[in-house]
Design a protein around this ligand. Structure first.
Ligand SMILES: [Fe+2]
Length: 524
């Protein structure tokens, strides 16, 4: 083991942006400046503060962000760290024995940010694995492995990504993450419902601490509880993550500044600010993503060579309230109203100009909720969830028309939210199966939400017969793995038979293919 003396840290010319961000607006929790706080250079901690593991994320060709949070007592207020800032050492190396160090330095962990640290490393080589770790006093973190993205202009032969979503602590074990950690991947996408905000539910597989979370301390504690999970720690330590959120990181079915529980806007916006801050603190996100009060700029794009472009969307922060009573039923006029939006105008315009300029062969929209319409009841009635793209007709149609007319190369939509697997053809006109197929959608099931699950129920089988654009469905738990080359996109639906107890094995339930230049889903 390398003994890290202070002198060696100072000697090393690591090119890293220490996460000493000035939170300038102070809303609603932050004082204007952090700098006045004294820093404990060598804190004496009786227990390891690395109970929440390590993580990395948002890889570019020359860098990424590495993350940890200090919490010797993860479920205690403040994680048991007290009120002082402490010095954290970090190292990133080209090998897992840390013989060839590429970046090393120190960063301050502040109680104002839950003693979370985000370090952005620059100057790395593209498409290459790196290993990283942290140290506080005499305690050393687990080692994380990560990987940079290919150079944006590189002709990449093959890329492997996976995506997951919806991991209710109460509803099962994160066995899917244990298997995901073992996969050979370039990056993992998390499409939201990383936590659930609820208080205790009936018959939990595992109990959450505390009632429904609404305060910054409670959101922090909930993230800490989730991150104590060894399978979740394993998957973060194995792969870089690109994350976006859905609703449960704040509140079920919230829409922009609109609470689904009828909470007054002023108090809900404070809750949203608390939730966004805790989300940022616990995710491997770059400083540019940090929240400003109740706003957090999460949508972004990440290139992976000329093969794949990831447009990571946020369909919660800017949407108008769910129309038509926000219940499953027929669409009403509100779903078609001028101004109804799931993306918000700025994000929509950004997405379109980004896609117009993208040189990538495969253009991925990594986002939360299903884009294809899904009539969920068998029989003559057309009934839809009001929380998905179908209930926001102007944006659904704008995106599909964009795909039909501007023709970005090989559009692939990814989604989560619905706790089951789907593979859908996207038609130019969503409700006209005879209109051309302009894209392909892969919806990934939950890690645990919905408990053990079943392949398909007879009732849903009947409903699916009325949705001919749905090419595959499965209602088990798991994650989705995608292997991408220049000619073909292959999606493997990886499922586990149970989550109500640990130890399930994983299998590929189905493999589906999209051919280059031919939108639409085929069996492998
Ligand atoms: Fe969910």
């Amino acid at each position: 083991m390398i003994v890290l003396t202070r002198r060696r840290f100072l000697d090393h010319s690591a090119r890293a942006l220490a996460a000493a961000w000035a939170w300038t607006d102070g809303f609603p929790f932050e004082p204007a400046r952090l700098h006045a706080m004294p820093v404990q250079e060598r804190p004496q901690l009786a227990r390891s503060p690395f109970t929440l593991g390590v993580a990395s994320g948002d890889p570019s060709a020359d860098g990424l962000v590495i993350w940890t949070r200090l919490a010797p007592e993860p479920l205690a207020p403040g994680g048991g760290m007290g009120t002082e800032a402490v010095r954290v050492l970090y190292e990133l190396a080209e090998d897992d024995r840390f013989a060839r160090i590429r970046a090393r330095g120190t960063v301050e962990a502040s109680p104002l940010r839950a003693h979370a640290v985000h370090v952005e490393i620059e100057g790395l080589r593209p498409a290459r694995p790196y290993w990283y770790r942290f140290r506080v006093g005499s305690w050393e973190s687990p080692t994380g492995r990560t990987k940079t993205a290919p150079h944006p202009s590189a002709d990449v032969d093959r890329l492997r990504i996976a995506f997951a979503s919806c991991q209710s602590w109460e509803q099962g074990y994160f066995t899917a993450h244990r298997h995901l950690a073992q996969e050979d991947l370039d990056v993992v996408l998390h499409l939201g419902d990383y936590i659930y905000e609820y208080g205790p539910q009936e018959n939990p597989v595992r109990a959450v601490i505390g009632p429904e979370i609404t305060t910054l301390d409670a959101y922090r504690q909930r993230y800490a509880q989730y991150r104590t999970d060894p399978d979740l720690q394993a998957v973060h330590a194995a792969h870089p993550f690109v994350v976006t959120w859905d609703d449960h990181e704040v509140e079920n079915d919230y829409a922009n500044d609109h609470s689904n529980d009828g909470e007054a806007r002023e108090s809900f916006i404070r809750r949203r600010a608390a939730a966004y801050q805790a989300y940022f603190e616990h995710m491997p996100l770059r400083a540019v993503r940090r929240p400003r009060g109740p706003d957090m700029p999460l949508y972004r794009a990440l290139p992976f060579g000329r093969l794949v472009d990831l447009a990571v969307l946020d369909t919660r922060q800017y949407r108008t309230p769910q129309p038509c009573g926000n219940r499953i039923g027929p669409l009403c006029d509100d779903a078609r109203a001028v101004g109804a939006t799931i993306l918000g105008e700025r994000q929509r315009e950004w997405l379109f100009s980004h896609l117009d300029a993208s040189p990538a062969r495969w253009n991925v929209l990594a986002q939360q909720v299903m884009m294809a319409p899904l009539d969920v009841t068998a029989g003559a009635a057309l009934e839809y969830s009001m929380d998905k793209w179908t209930a926001y007709q102007p944006d659904q149609q704008a995106v599909l028309e964009f795909l039909a007319t501007r023709r970005p190369s090989n559009p692939i939509v990814l989604a989560g939210d619905i706790h089951s697997n789907f593979a859908n053809d996207l038609h130019a006109r969503a409700f006209e199966p005879a209109s051309p197929v302009v894209g392909s959608e892969f919806v990934g099931t939950s890690v645990t939400s919905g408990r053990d699950g079943t392949d398909i129920t007879p009732r849903f089988q009947a409903a699916l017969a009325e949705n001919p654009h749905v090419k595959f469905h499965n209602g088990q738990r798991g994650y989705v793995r995608c292997t991408i080359d220049r000619d073909r996109w292959t999606t493997d639906y990886r499922v586990v038979p149970f989550v109500s107890r640990p130890g399930a094995s994983v299998e590929t339930r189905a493999s589906l293919v999209v051919e280059n230049g031919r939108p639409g889903i085929h069996r492998a």
